[in-house]
Design a protein around this ligand. Structure first.
Ligand SMILES: Cc1ncc(COP(=O)(O)O)c(C=O)c1O
Length: 480
């Protein structure tokens, strides 16, 4: 495929784009339980889109050229700090998303440790097993060792005792979730902060998915443990605005207790013949659109508006938990502190339930088993979920029955061979043969993922990862 010799008309461009979108999940209306966050407020979406487009061409790389973008970033960060109990001295930056915010927090903690504890040759980061993969990825990119610690097998909250026991002379950082993605639960941040204070360690609280909602849940009367900058010992926090603040994608913040800590995040380069670089985040050219859209969304919906949205979310979550718990063969894992529900089944393969639901127009991301958490289905409940609750539960009941008795169609001998593989010795060629032998039909993946998920679920995590990379390497093949 080449750039077309003569450009298409605007009409043709949009025709092609609309055509490509035909098989996509819905982004509005509450039928997608993952990947998208819909406030249900049509006008808020329009305001955000207008702001996005108006600032699309602006570049935050040079705040002297576009002071408006600097001002918007500083206002968004100030609102986030106030929302998370930050007092004078707390600072932060706008980033492209949760992964960038978490990545920057780890990089900043690493560089802070390099400056203050140069004797640590091989820095370690303590990650309860429910911490988001963004932290594993950061450790991987930055050459740090991730040290996983246990969570409670019933509540799925981090075990602060296990964190304390995992501290070694090489530990530089502890990560807690507010809340965890997989089960939506709040880690014991105050206890983890006590460990961090006592041992002189950096504590990052990942509020990417829960940080925005938790203060509203508290105002709605829910018991919410302390988790933000009001807890002494919290060094940094991340909070996404493209999740429960309902800003368009590409919007998150990373916050630090002080400028003295944040300075390790910044990067400057004057060692070349071009313009002197000062980058606050990973991006250098940084689009103004997401910042303006996040600012517009926060200002348009406002505090009372967000409280109303949180009330709708809470009601939908409670009705879903009660409804799912009432369906034979299903059980909810842990007890979410916000709006994320994981549910499992003792005797029905949940991946087939997800496929059955997809045929009825519901998108439900599955989660393979890991540690004490069995294979489950995951719901991100939003303010637009409430009107869908009854229809969803009725379909779920039917789909559980439809999926009962279905299972892995893969040859058990192949599965055993896969499980026995040493991931470090797998070559690209072996992996593509494995993917081929498993009979995965790439074109059919949008319709049926149950077999692929069942294969992955039956394998050790490191083999899953090797297979995912092999699969991704195939999926992203230049179009013909
Ligand atoms: C707790 C948590 N941290 C980090 C992230 C990463 O955010 P993003 O997907 O915006 O990079 C997520 C995403 O769901 C999350 O739930």
């Amino acid at each position: 495929m080449r750039i077309p010799e003569n450009g298409l008309s605007g009409e043709q461009v949009f025709e092609r784009l609309r055509d490509l979108r035909r098989k996509d999940a819905e982004t509005r209306g509450g039928r997608a339980w993952g990947l998208v966050y819909d406030s249900g407020l049509e006008e808020a979406r329009e305001v955000a889109e207008r702001a996005y487009v108006e600032f699309l061409g602006l570049n935050a790389l040079d705040p002297t050229a576009f002071p408006s973008v600097l001002r918007l970033e500083n206002e968004v960060v100030a609102m986030a700090i106030a929302h998370l109990g930050g007092g004078a001295g707390v600072v932060g930056n706008f980033t492209s998303g949760g992964t960038e915010s978490c990545f920057l927090a780890v990089k900043t903690a690493r560089d802070h440790a390099r400056a203050t504890r140069p004797e640590v040759a091989r820095p370690e980061v303590i990650l309860p097993i429910t911490a988001h993969p963004a932290f594993h990825k950061a450790c991987h990119y930055l050459g740090l060792t991730a040290v996983p610690t246990a969570v409670d097998p019933e509540t799925f909250k981090a075990d602060a005792g296990a964190v304390a026991r995992a501290v070694s002379p090489s530990t530089i950082m502890i990560v807690g979730s507010a809340v965890s993605y997989a089960h939506g639960v709040l880690d014991p941040i105050a206890e983890m902060a006590a460990v961090a204070r006592e041992r002189g360690l950096w504590l990052h609280v990942d509020g990417c998915i829960g940080g925005f909602l938790l203060p509203y849940y508290r105002r709605l009367g829910r018991a919410v443990g302390d988790f933000d900058f009001t807890v002494e010992g919290v060094s940094s926090m991340s909070m996404d605005l493209h999740k429960y603040a309902y800003a368009p994608k590409g919007a998150s913040v990373v916050l630090y207790r002080s400028k003295a800590l944040r300075k390790y995040q910044l990067y400057a380069c004057a060692s070349w013949p071009g313009y002197p670089i000062l980058n606050t985040t990973v991006q250098s050219t940084k689009p103004g659109g997401p910042i303006a859209a996040a600012w517009a969304t926060l200002n348009f919906i406002g505090d009372e508006g967000y409280l109303r949205l949180a009330r709708l979310t809470l009601e939908a979550t409670e009705r879903l938990i009660a409804g799912i718990s009432g369906i034979p063969r299903l059980r909810v894992l842990g007890r979410t502190d916000t709006s994320l529900i994981a549910f499992a089944s003792e005797d029905v393969n949940v991946f087939y339930i997800a496929d059955e639901m997809k045929r009825r127009g519901w998108l439900i991301p599955p989660q393979p088993s890991f540690g004490p958490s069995p294979a489950s289905l995951h719901l991100i409940v939003t303010a637009s979920s409430l009107p869908q609750v009854d229809a969803f539960l009725a379909d779920l009941r039917t789909c559980v029955e439809a999926a009962a008795g279905r299972g892995l169609r893969i040859d058990p001998a192949l599965r055993d061979t896969l499980a026995a593989l040493d991931p470090s010795s797998l070559t690209d060629e072996m992996l593509s043969r494995v993917v081929g032998a498993a009979g995965v039909e790439w074109d059919a993946l949008e319709d049926s993922m149950a077999d692929v998920n069942s294969i992955l679920d039956s394998l050790p995590p490191q083999v899953r990862e090797a297979l995912l990379i092999a699969g991704g390497n195939e999926l992203f093949t230049p179009a013909k």
